[in-house]
Design a binder for this molecule. Structure first.
Ligand code: ATP
Ligand code: MG
Length: 173
């Protein structure tokens, strides 16, 4: 059996989630079984509409699940922590049956202290042999970077937002 890989997309430049969506497209193209588990975010976006529809139409191939309630401040609530735990529990329960799991914004969950890096590290280390993982979000902790096979730091050179151009549907969300 080919050993699964752990990919991390981190850094403050744009493209972490979009790159993860690219891996989803690739895996589905190879008839692999894919789950996209999203933390923190809860806004409707182009990708959330698309992934929900895909999950409705192809439940045997694709799972989409969201475990966030938007912005988390310096003092996370119990609900914030429970949602993060719930997302990780889902990842554990799907791991055996899937080829690819995306944990979108999990690095943000870790930087906010909603989950301990050791919990996610344990999941990475004890997952089924063949499972590929993609972890996204700014501020990936060193412990996770150490365990990953491929780590990409998105570096901002320019972002339209800085020139006063608001986030645009289809490009930014
Ligand atoms: P994307 O979802 O576009 O791939 P991302 O996953 O790398 O972005 P996040 O930190 O998850 O980045 O931010 C999500 C939202 O913030 C997206 O609408 C994205 O376009 C926007 N964004 C990302 N990086 C920046 C930046 N450096 N400045 C302003 N907005 C940004
Ligand atoms: Mg993102």
């Amino acid at each position: 059996m080919v050993k699964g890989l752990t990919l991390v997309n981190t850094g403050s430049g744009k493209g972490k989630t979009t790159a993860a969506l690219g891996v989803v497209a690739r895996a589905l193209g190879h008839d692999q079984k894919v789950a996209f588990i999203q933390f923190i975010k809860c806004q409707d976006t182009g990708e959330s509409q698309f992934l929900s529809e895909l999950a409705r139409n192809r439940p045997e191939r694709f799972c989409f699940s969201r475990h966030g309630q938007g912005f988390v401040g310096r003092n996370p609530s119990t609900a914030d922590r429970e949602l993060a735990e719930e997302g990780l529990r889902l990842a554990r329960s799907l791991a055996e049956d899937y080829d690819l799991l995306v944990l979108d914004e999990i690095n943000v969950v870790l930087s906010l202290g909603l989950l301990e890096p050791s919990e996610v590290a344990e999941f990475i280390q004890n997952r089924p042999e063949k499972l590929n993982l993609v972890l996204t979000g700014r501020g990936c902790p060193a412990k996770i970077i150490e365990l990953a096979d491929t780590v990409t730091e998105m570096k901002e050179i320019k972002h339209a937002f800085r020139a006063g151009i608001p986030a645009r549907p289809g490009v930014d969300y």
